[in-house]
Design a protein around this ligand. Structure first.
Ligand code: DGY
Length: 329
């Protein structure tokens, strides 16, 4: 038992995770399941050694200035850390950890579902049926586009991107990717993947684009209007990473104007989708649920506990977020 370590939790976590945290540490759980305000976060973290935080908790420089000196670890429940100012944390001697790898397969399943859903008009079909518009099979009604044989361009071939590529190959898609550097040549060969140093050139070449890089200052609006305009009019965009990577207003306008064939999004620039996106038929919109399985949430909790336990035992937590390296999921 390492009860001397005080852990403050910002949100409701799965019951078993909360139980285990309470058994191992002096844990202050949080009843409410909504993101805390700046003051709420400071009050929660003040006096704790560890803050078990999550997506939506804005841990900026002002937070680290205000929280006091006891806090030494932010153990994030989640892979993405774009809500945390890691540089400000490190400057105050606070380590940040995340939960890499455990959600990659579930997230890739959802990305693959979206890659299939938009060209095959899955949600449009369900909606038409529910709205009483199905009058029997027709040779010309509800025609989508074939997925097999198309080119998938993955922006950010890390753990999730690779898991998507494996699935996509089974569906007959060829794999193209843009990273800062090519991946391990063995994996590239196995996936028969084509590396594009130029994102612009890849965008102009592929039929479906999947966004899988993390959101950092460098990737904000990576898919700007100019880049979206490089995509072919028959192309689709899938984003399960972070909304901020895509200029959402430009995307909605271009789909509305028939300049892009459609999109499937799990994440948005501002909480939820903009109104223009909501009105489009050839768009599938999910409420940030790509990694939402019971299993992944349990395993994310386990990573949080492992990181805190290692820290409590005087070791380096295994999932430290290192500045300058992409926090891969
Ligand atoms: C993460 O872990 O950052 C995901 O976006 C949550 O699903």
């Amino acid at each position: 038992m390492t009860h001397a370590i005080k852990v403050a939790v910002t949100r409701r976590l799965p019951a078993q995770v909360e139980k285990r945290l309470s058994a191992l540490f002096d844990t202050a759980l949080h009843d409410a399941d909504a993101p805390l305000s700046h003051d709420g976060l400071v009050a929660c973290g003040r006096g704790a050694d560890v803050l078990a935080a999550t997506l939506g908790d804005k841990l900026d420089a002002a937070f680290f200035d205000a929280v006091g000196d006891r806090l030494k670890l932010v153990a994030n429940f989640g892979a993405g850390v774009d809500h945390i100012d890691v540089a400000a944390a490190n400057k105050k001697g606070v380590i940040v950890t995340n939960t890499p790898s455990v959600l990659a397969e579930d997230a890739a399943d959802m990305a693959m579902a979206l890659i299939l859903a938009v060209p095959r008009r899955l949600v449009e079909g369900v909606t038409a049926l529910q709205d009483g518009k199905f009058e029997g099979w027709s040779p010309t009604w509800m025609l989508g586009r074939r997925v097999r044989g198309k080119k998938l361009g993955i922006i950010g071939l890390g753990r999730v991107g690779e898991a998507i590529a494996r699935r996509a190959r089974a569906f007959g898609l060829s794999i193209h990717y843009h990273n800062r550097k090519p991946i391990n040549p063995h994996i590239e060969d196995e996936l028969e993947a084509t590396y594009w140093e130029s994102l612009d050139q890849m965008l102009a070449h592929v039929d479906i684009v999947s966004v899988n890089c993390p959101h950092t200052p460098a990737t904000f609006h990576l898919l700007s209007r100019r880049r979206l305009e490089l995509m072919q009019p028959h192309a689709y965009l899938v984003n399960i990473s972070r909304g901020e990577i895509v200029d959402e207003a430009a995307l909605a306008e271009m789909i509305g104007a028939g300049r892009l064939a459609g999109a499937a999004l799990d994440v948005y620039e501002r909480g939820g989708p903009n109104d223009k996106l909501l009105g489009l038929p050839n768009v599938v919109l999910l409420p940030h649920m790509a990694s939402s399985t019971v299993e992944s949430r349990m395993e994310m909790g386990e990573r949080v506990i492992i990181n805190i336990k290692m820290f409590a035992d005087g070791h380096k937590p295994p999932d430290r977020v290192i500045l300058g390296l992409d926090p891969d999921s």
